[in-house]
Write a protein that binds this ligand. Structure first.
Ligand SMILES: [Zn+2]
Length: 193
């Protein structure tokens, strides 16, 4: 069974004259591979979290990006030379390879979940506690505003949405398929069935 660990819990908040945010970064260990999902943009927090696991960026096999917003992707610079995956492509240097369904060599299923961004995709991981969706910005909250009853989850406003009806459809699909959700910014929550 795969193991999922939150390395960095994403935040989003007003600072003094600026906005500050980094996404939730997750480590998946499955089939002997270590996968970092959404490396975020806070380098110090990520390196510290890896160190606590006894890891450096070099121990990571591949990086999965739920979507391309800068607060989710900036730290890919730390993983130079590693494969980078989105919902359907493996990027290896200047080479691109298509894939469909599972991350090759693992049991991690990738579901296309457009809406917040056109390219948005969500890994589903089978673990001992159930299926965990690493849902990126299908849901994200500013600090202290998270609400996880079903109605709040489906009606949550997203100021950056690209396609509202696609986002709603993606949210419903992920709530159906998962037992726990790790959102893009905020705390992991259990899905109320
Ligand atoms: Zn985003």
């Amino acid at each position: 069974m795969a193991v999922v660990k939150v390395l960095v819990e994403g935040y989003a908040r007003e600072g003094n004259g600026f906005y500050e945010a980094t996404c939730t970064t997750v480590l998946i260990e499955d089939s002997g591979k270590k996968i970092v999902v959404d490396p975020g943009c806070n380098k110090d927090l990520l390196l510290l979290a890896l160190k606590k696991e006894g890891l450096t960026p070099n121990d990571i096999d591949l990086i999965f990006l739920t979507h391309y917003h800068v607060d989710h992707v900036l730290n890919i610079m730390l993983f130079s030379g590693k494969d980078i995956l989105d919902g359907n492509t493996i990027y290896r240097g200047d080479k691109e390879f298509s894939f469909k369904g599972k991350i090759p060599g693992t049991n991690v299923e990738i579901i296309e979940t457009p809406g917040h961004a056109h390219e948005h995709a969500t890994p589903l991981v089978k673990t001992e506690k159930g299926v965990i969706a690493i849902a990126g910005d299908l849901w994200w909250w500013e600090d202290g505003k998270q609400k996880t009853d079903k109605e709040s989850l489906l009606s949550l406003k997203d100021p950056f949405v690209k396609n509202k009806s696609a986002l709603l459809k993606s949210r419903k699909l992920i709530l159906e398929k998962s037992d726990y959700v790790i959102p893009g910014h905020g705390k992991m929550f259990k899905v109320d069935k």
